[in-house]
Design a protein around this ligand. Structure first.
Ligand SMILES: Nc1nc2c(ncn2[C@@H]2O[C@H](COP(=O)(O)OP(=O)(O)O)[C@@H](O)[C@H]2O)c(=O)[nH]1
Ligand SMILES: [Mg+2]
Length: 251
């Protein structure tokens, strides 16, 4: 079972890979495999069983080819795309029956909007099931239109990767996300707040985005988590298990 971490830069993909993995090990006695697909990361808080930096490293490209960080990152993704078979074989060779936790590049557009992400996920989900965890940064959700944008990115993820997607609000230790949780659980309250706090076209667009998300995800089930404190890992586990069992029911 593959669990793919997706979300904007800094939302906590790498931290969650480590802390959800630790939770699986300690609470369930699982032995998850850790996969790093970020060629740009310098330090990892987990020991990767497969590391794409065995093919290419962004810091090497910067030094060797005199590229800036963005140019080197794009070049690295091109190299990974050229050597996709190797990457897929590396991931396949991990084998095992348990969880494979897949950490993706900091900037999610490199994974989602180029070939790299969809191709890798297509290939690995031929042999085993896969679910994506779309991680919302609570700072984006500080306005209702921001929340609509954050949540609707889970649909974009669904469209690009073609696997079930569940959502999680990370960094719950930093800001109080209970208000946010209540809003997402109560459609009519959400609609009322959008109507009163946003105006005109923005209110309209926010409301429609939310409807779209609800329509596609049946219920907006979102885990409230902290990769730092480990809070909410059981909820996340339950959502992931449901998504994998229902095989598309959450899509
Ligand atoms: N307080 C807090 N910080 C977090 C949490 N998750 C991640 N971070 C911090 O957010 C920053 C970015 O995290 P990282 O996992 O590298 O994000 P990525 O770019 O999505 O892989 C780091 O400084 C993390 O320590 C969390 O749940 N709580
Ligand atoms: Mg990362």
């Amino acid at each position: 079972m593959n669990v793919v971490m997706i979300g904007p830069a800094g939302c906590g993909k790498t931290s969650l890979t480590a802390s959800f993995g630790r939770w699986l090990e300690l609470e369930l006695g699982e032995k998850p495999a850790y996969v790093n697909l970020d060629p740009g990361v310098l330090n990892l808080p987990y020991e990767p069983d497969y590391d794409v930096r065995s093919i290419v490293r962004v810091d090497d490209l910067m030094r060797r080819d005199g590229l800036g960080p963005n140019g080197a990152m794009i070049r690295a993704v091109e190299i990974i795309e050229e050597r996709l078979d190797e990457v897929v074989m590396g991931i396949h060779s991990l084998g095992g029956m348990g969880f494979r936790l897949i950490d993706t590049p900091g900037q999610m557009e490199l994974f989602l909007f180029r070939e790299m992400g969809p191709k890798i996920i297509e290939r690995i989900s031929e042999a085993s099931r896969a679910v994506a965890v779309y991680i919302l940064d609570p700072f984006l959700a500080s306005s209702l239109s921001g929340l609509a944008v954050g949540v609707s990115m889970s649909i974009v993820t669904r469209l690009r990767l073609r696997i079930p997607v569940i959502s999680a609000i990370n960094k719950a230790d930093l800001i109080d996300v209970s208000e946010l949780e209540k809003l997402l659980a109560d459609e009519s309250e959400l609609a009322r707040r959008i109507a009163s706090e946003e105006h005109g076209l923005i209110a309209d667009l926010s409301a429609r985005f939310m409807e779209l998300v609800k329509e596609f995800s049946k219920a907006m089930r979102i885990a409230k988590i902290s990769a730092k404190t480990g809070q909410g890992m059981r909820d996340l586990y339950n959502l992931i298990s449901d998504a994998l069992c229902e095989c598309g029911d959450l899509t």
